[in-house]
Write a protein that binds this ligand. Structure first.
Ligand SMILES: *Cc1c(COP(=O)(O)O)cnc(C)c1O
Length: 363
């Protein structure tokens, strides 16, 4: 049995079952006498593993057949560059995109895209009655002649999540790193979905990219080969040696999700976990405060404050109680409980009972 509940935002907790399987297969993967790490990526065994992972993800997310599913090296940050590099095209007057800025990851994506073209920030998180809120689409300053609209459905650091999908005619690009597979989504609404693996998919070092086939185009000649969606799609993510172990872990996680009821079952559990925690915060809002508007509260990253002078003590005592990595991101401070798919409901219950003891002692 594991000794702690790890509330880290990423790399995040993995299902115990997945880790135990990886452990048991470490020295001899499926009778090959080799670790999966030692197995050639071009052999039939790894090919079968890669195909199954893609197939399972397609099934879990109901990905339509006109989308490619890529498993690419690098992080979501790599996609901050690949998206503009591949979608801007040759015509300099059309190297334009709009971005929605809801937090730190949006800002990083914007800064990167600005290196390659004309980027307009069409909307930003606002402070309304002391709460952070995402403005409605009718308030956005969207342009018509853009190649795509980019947004971040869940801001991992601030704990701000969209509860709706923007409705636009241009391709919609979404950084789903910290919410992919947490709830059902209609993939057909998107041009590109990407997600670094270390939150809800598996281990760091691999990024899932789901891209509609009409967006896989001849890239500009200067784009590095490995950064071309076209090359990656034509080679089924095997142009060079892919991060095989990370791909393997992702496959184990997909399989685990399928055996545990798929996305709908995880969504039901995630909703329960998050609403318990937020209900507890609301009940004690004199002590624990969340600044995110109820409409935009993240289901995966629950961010809150408590009286400043008690934060360090809260973090020390929670760690000692086996509830680890609750420290908020260094840029926002406070507390952040990341409760991804792999966090059991028990972990959230333990956190709430710790918070109750803490508020009784110090509140
Ligand atoms: C973690 C995260 C990233 C960064 O991912 P890397 O794999 O470190 O590049 C980007 N966007 C979001 C929303 C994230 O949560």
């Amino acid at each position: 049995m594991r000794k702690v509940y790890n509330f880290s935002a990423g790399p995040a907790m993995l299902p115990e079952e997945v880790l135990l399987t990886a452990q048991s297969e470490m020295l001899d993967w499926h009778g090959t006498g080799m670790s999966i790490m030692e197995l050639g990526h071009r052999g039939p065994e790894f090919k079968a593993l890669a195909d199954k992972a893609e197939h399972d993800l397609r099934e879990l997310m109901k990905i339509p057949p006109n989308y490619h599913v890529l498993f690419l090296p690098g992080g979501a940050t790599t996609q901050f560059a690949m998206v503009p590099l591949n979608l801007f095209g040759e015509d300099a007057s059309l190297q334009k995109a709009d971005y929605i800025d809801t937090g730190i990851w949006s800002k990083k994506a914007i800064a990167e895209a600005k290196r390659y073209g004309d980027v307009n920030v069409a909307a930003q998180t606002e402070l309304r009655d002391d709460y952070f809120v995402i403005p409605e689409q009718k308030q956005w300053n969207l342009r018509d002649d853009i190649r795509y609209l980019h947004y971040t459905p869940n801001e991992t650091i601030e704990g701000i999540e969209f509860n709706w999908i923007p409705d636009v005619k241009v391709p919609l690009v979404a950084d789903m790193s910290s919410m992919i597979l947490s709830r059902p989504i209609d993939v057909s609404r998107f041009g590109i979905i990407y997600a670094g693996a270390q939150k809800n998919i598996g281990q760091a070092g691999i990024t899932v990219v789901i891209i509609r086939d009409d967006l896989v185009k001849e890239p500009l000649p200067f784009v590095p080969t490995l950064y071309q969606y076209q090359v990656q799609a034509e080679n089924h993510s095997f142009y060079n040696t892919p991060p095989t172990y990370a791909w393997y872990i992702a496959g184990l996680v997909f399989d685990w999700m399928k055996r545990n009821g798929g996305v709908d079952a995880f969504y039901a559990r995630n909703k329960r976990k998050a609403s318990k925690l937020y209900a507890y915060l609301d009940k004690h809002r004199e002590f624990y405060r969340t600044k995110v508007h109820p409409d935009n509260r993240s289901m995966m990253n629950v961010v809150f404050d408590l009286p400043d002078e008690l934060t360090k003590r809260f973090l020390d005592e929670s760690t000692a109680a086996g509830l680890t990595n609750l420290r908020g991101h260094r840029t926002v401070g406070g507390v952040r409980a990341s409760i991804y798919n792999a966090m059991p409901e028990d972990g959230v219950d333990s956190l709430i009972s710790f918070m109750e003891t803490f508020v009784r002692k110090h509140g």
